[in-house]
Design a protein around this ligand. Structure first.
Ligand code: KIV
Ligand code: ZN
Length: 401
């Protein structure tokens, strides 16, 4: 059986395996203000590799000397993942990317060109025929340098389907082994995005030889939904970033993709090779090195993702964790479920908190403490353990007066 997930996906073996392509160090770093130092990039790459990411897009080697050095160093040190370097459809970019990834156990050149009418007219100033020629020439050049070549149709979701099929056909014929159809501007809806994959895979004769990949931006908050929709239409590689960082509103968040696939395996029928217990650690690391806080209510890794405040929810959780949690905090590396004490908390949660703090109160003392806790919670936004300890201790002292 093939063990390299990208070969397996193209061959149709290991039918349930989705390739996770992390672009935190490339598209993620393109997020305004998220630049990382050389050492920070190595630390993130080590963490991604340990976590089981299949492909790490380590940077854009032609962009700067620093990017070239980082991709080269990551290619030299990473043990398991394939290392990809990004390149425009320009010979110098491709050669530079090839130079950087040649040290990797498995190196990939990821080359891209715009295909949509708006990009061709205003950014590229080239005709469709000219771009087709560029695709053939640049993919072939990359393929001369490495075995593993990914080609991306930038702005695929705003490209006419007939022309998109011609481009994909040219890229596969020139030797591309992965075809990425990005939603560059985060414009697609899940059904449209899936339909694009279905059509291209049906209409381009050599499609079965390539792995199809998703790359979704989050401008309409649909990046994860679009990626999963494409999975149902035959995509087998998902490009994503830790904490969803990336250009503008960001990219599909790796932790959300991985946990959606794992939690809903019954429906999505696939799995990844990611060690999910490392997700919280990876999130904290990327947040620290980029100085980008993770929003409190962020799915999977946000501070509130496993926190419950309402009395009804806390009561349910105390009786059975799955009443209000669809995955365990341990499965994503978060310590444990937290019951946040506030004005919505009920008696059961308060009793459990007292037990946790080492108190065993009689019924009267408990009722007295609960009434005073509720009144404090009404006045104070956050009720900390110390507040509860203080009010119980005061109550006990008062009873002894
Ligand atoms: O969003 C995009 O289209 C990209 C390409 C370079 C793949 O990031
Ligand atoms: Zn992108």
């Amino acid at each position: 059986m093939t063990t390299d997930p990208s070969t397996a996906a193209a061959e149709g073996s290991e039918g349930d395996r989705v390739i996770i392509f992390d672009t935190t160090l490339r598209d993620g770093e393109q997020c305004p203000g998220a630049t990382m130092t050389f050492e920070e990039k190595l630390e993130v790459a080590d963490c991604l590799d340990e976590m089981g990411v299949d492909i790490i897009e380590a940077g854009f080697p032609i962009a700067s000397e620093g990017d070239f050095e980082a991709v080269t160093a990551i290619a030299k040190r990473v043990q398991n993942a394939t290392i990809a370097g990004l390149a425009r459809a320009i010979n110098a970019d491709i050669d530079r990317a090839g130079e950087a990834v040649k040290h990797a156990r498995r190196g990939r050149i990821h080359t891209f060109v715009s295909t949509s009418p708006i990009h061709l007219a205003h950014q590229m100033r080239k005709t469709e025929a000219e771009v087709l020629e560029i695709i053939t020439a640049t993919v072939a050049r990359a393929r001369n340098l490495v075995e593993d070549v990914e080609w991306s149709a930038m702005d695929a979701t705003r490209t006419g389907i007939d022309y998109l099929c011609q481009c994909v056909d040219a890229a596969i014929k020139a030797g591309a082994t992965t075809i990425n159809l990005p939603d560059t501007v985060g414009y697609a809806t899940p059904d449209e995005y899936a339909e694009m994959f279905r059509q291209v895979r049906e209409r381009v004769p050599g499609s079965d030889k390539a792995v199809f990949s998703t790359h979704c931006h989050n401008d309409l908050g649909l990046a994860v939904a679009n990626s999963l929709a494409a999975l149902g239409a035959g995509a087998r590689q998902i490009e994503c970033t830790i904490n969803g960082i990336g250009e503008r509103a960001g990219n599909a968040a790796l932790e959300e993709i991985v946990m959606a696939i794992r939690t809903r395996r019954d429906k999505l029928r696939y799995d990844t090779g990611i060690e999910s217990t490392m997700l919280a650690r990876a999130s904290k690391l990327v947040s620290a090195v980029t100085n980008f806080p993770v929003q409190y209510n962020k799915a999977i890794v946000g501070r509130n993702a496993f926190a419950h405040e309402s009395g009804i929810h806390q009561d349910g959780i105390l009786k059975h964790q799955q009443t209000y949690e669809i995955m365990t905090p341990e499965s994503v590396g978060v310590g444990k479920t937290s019951l946040v004490m506030g004005k919505h908390s009920g008696r059961n949660a308060f009793r459990s908190k007292l037990k946790e703090l080492g108190y065993d109160l009689g019924e009267n003392a408990f009722e007295d403490a609960f009434v005073r806790f509720k009144s404090l919670a009404d006045r104070k936004k956050h009720v900390y353990d110390e507040d509860i300890e203080a009010l119980v201790d005061q109550g006990i002292a008062h009873m002894h007066d």
